[in-house]
Unconditional design. Sequence first.
Length: 185
Amino acid sequence: MPAQVCVARIGAAHGVRGAVKLWTFTEDPFAVKDYGSLSTKDGARHFEVASARQAKDHLVVTFKGIASRDEAERLNGIELYIPREKLPATDDDEYYHADLIGLDAMTTAGEPLGHVIAIHNFGAGDIIEIAPPSGATILLPFSNAVVPIVDISAGRVMIELPREIEGDAPERDSSVRRPRESGDP
């Protein structure tokens, strides 16, 4: 199966005629109308946008074949995908998340770190998640300072590991003593 890219997620029903709220993950929200058939990740269901209009932070759309509120309510939460090749070309230093997933991750010194399993954005910028051969995944800022090289054709990203990661506690030196507080022995 060709690489799939999630371009939208269906939300709650809107009105009584089968419309739904739709959150798009495209630069132009209305681009979902131009891609033709949108499918579930497994390809079992297909949807075609019949109409779309802008709402506050989402679109309100109707899909061909969905005519009632009951039918629309059953769609809540479905993610919609298209084949990667339907997306427009990217500019230099722009990447689709789907292009990064699976790339090898190496330090700038050439040491293997693992492979990219996800790109997240929790509101403060993109974060790259790397799965090492063993142990917990590594979450790092997806910035030019931390990821200076993305080489899709070579199948790798180069990582400049930060010297200190916030929240890491330096090892405590047992020779350093804290001042006594009242009640200390």
